[in-house]
Structure formats: C-alpha cells, structure tokens
Design a protein around this ligand. Structure first.
Ligand SMILES: C[S@@+](CC[C@H](N)C(=O)[O-])C[C@H]1O[C@@H](n2cnc3c(N)ncnc32)[C@H](O)[C@@H]1O
Length: 257
C-alpha cells in the first residue's frame, strides 16, 4: 500500500484503530522471553519501543511490579489508547508514554540508564542491525534487550512471501540473526519462534473481524478496498505459508562495551 495516498492511509488506520495488538505476540511468549531475561535488580527502568496499543506493555507492568516503563511510539492514538487500557488495568502509575522516534532515543534518555529494552514487532522499522547498534549505549551494565524480529524459516520461501517482505530487505534466517546479535556486541540468552496462535488468535482474528465490518463501507475497486484486500491477502498468506516465515523472539545482554 501507499502511505503517501491519504485515502489509503485513512483506510489503514480505520482498519487498525483500537485493535488489541498491532503485530503477532501473546502472553505465553512474553512470559517465556521474560524467563530468558532473568533478574533485573531493584526498580528497573524499562523501555517498550514501538509499543502500539500496548497490550504487552500492560503485561510487562503486571509481571515487573517494581519497574518503571516508558512506552514509546510515533502514533499518538496508540499511546492514548495505551493510557486508557493502563488505567483500566490499574497499572497507569507504572507506565509513561512518549511520542518519539525509535531512531532518536539518545536525545530522550541518558547513556547506561535502561535495564530492559522490550520491542515486539517494531525494531524492523530501523532494521535489526541499526537497532542493536543505536540502543546499546542506553543499556545499563546489566541491561537486556528482548525483541521480536521477522525471519525466514525455510531456504525456499515462495514469491508471495518474499514479495510481502520486500520493504524489509534486512529480513534473514534465525542463524543470520544470531550471528548479527553476537557481532553487534551482545550475548544471546535465548531465542524462540512465536507460536501460531500468537499470529492467528492474538493478531489475525481481531483483524479479520475488523475487515468483515469494514467490507460493506469500502466500495469494491476503491483505494480503501484495495488496502482491505491487501490485509486479507496477508492473513491468507500466513495460513498457507507459515512454515516459511515467522517472528523470532531474541533475548540478549551486552557482552562488551
Ligand atoms: C507492528 S506494530 C507493533 C506494535 C506493538 N509492539 C504490538 O506488538 O502490538 C509497530 C509499531 O511501531 C511503531 N513505529 C513505527 N516506526 C516507528 C518509529 N520510527 N519510532 C517509534 N515507533 C515507531 C508503529 O507506530 C507501530 O505502533
């Protein structure tokens, strides 16, 4: 889709407004990644980068009751929605929101002050290599990063899959990601592929429901309907080709400065 076209852009946000998540992920995966993160010490400072509507931010606040969390996104409506859900969940005192670019965090946070950087389905906006390089100075000596990254799971993904990811030339296999983590000065604490239900139940089911609701509003052949069809195609692609791609949770600590 073309974000420069106001009609397509508006359709995209009509589709994505008030969804529980903006990408694959779920609570069991968050808990598994937190196990790999390990102990964080007293009153840890946490960033959730590219937080979207913040379902995982709220779960982090529940799981890390001593932490103060800054949830960062460029899309203010997601941050507003996160504020509302955090209040409803009784964790708003633990979460600050910040409208900022993930590529400019050095102007918001001092070096060596962050104990955990969390980022689900968002680091690809910078590219894994750049994210690992630019976020490292923010981390305290015991600092960790836990992020999910889109990966190829087979050596021969079909064209319909590679076309879907052509905007992300950095997309690689898991072994290449592991190598990049290590070359970027981190020690990998563990990794795992997100399970199917993190896509189908947590992300695509509410999205498909929204598409059904909007189907009658978007005229067939219109730019809006084109955006809707692209979303249907994305869901169909996952149903058909999920053995070829997925999201990998990568959990790491700094190995050198
Ligand atoms: C695929 S969504 C994932 C959202 C959320 N982590 C989740 O799993 O539901 C990616 C998020 O990154 C945000 N984003 C994209 N580029 C960004 C940037 N340069 N700085 C901060 N946030 C950005 C988007 O607004 C969006 O909310």
């Amino acid at each position: 889709m073309d974000f420069g076209d106001p009609r397509q852009r508006a359709a995209f946000f009509a589709i994505h407004c008030d969804l529980p998540r903006e990408g694959p992920g779920n609570r069991p995966s968050l808990l598994r990644a937190l196990e790999l993160v390990g102990a964080l010490g007293e009153a840890p400072k946490v960033l959730d980068i590219g937080c979207g509507p913040g379902q995982q931010t709220i779960e982090l606040a529940r799981q890390l009751p001593e932490a103060s969390i800054t949830a960062i996104d460029l899309h203010q409506p997601f941050l507003d929605s996160l504020r509302d859900s955090a209040s409803a969940a009784g964790v708003s005192a633990k979460i600050d929101t910040l409208n900022a670019d993930m590529g400019d965090l050095a102007s918001h946070f001092e070096e060596s002050t962050i104990d955990l950087i969390w980022s689900e389905g968002a680091a690809y906006n910078l590219g894994l290599e750049r994210a690992l390089r630019e976020w490292q100075p923010l981390l305290s000596p015991r600092g960790r990063i836990a992020l999910t990254e889109p990966v190829y799971l087979s050596d021969d993904p079909p064209d319909s899959v590679t076309e879907m990811f052509e905007d992300y030339p950095g997309m690689q296999s898991i072994p290449v990601c592991r190598d990049l983590v290590s070359r970027s000065g981190y020690h990998l604490l563990g990794d795992f592929v997100l399970p199917h239900e993190a896509w189908t139940q947590s992300y695509y089911a509410p999205l498909a429901e929204r598409l059904d609701l909007l189907e009658a509003r978007f005229e067939p052949g219109s730019p809006e309907h084109g955006v809707l069809q692209e979303h249907r195609q994305e869901i169909a692609n996952y149903e058909r080709h999920s053995e070829h791609y997925g999201y990998c949770f990568l959990v790491m600590r700094v190995s050198r400065r």
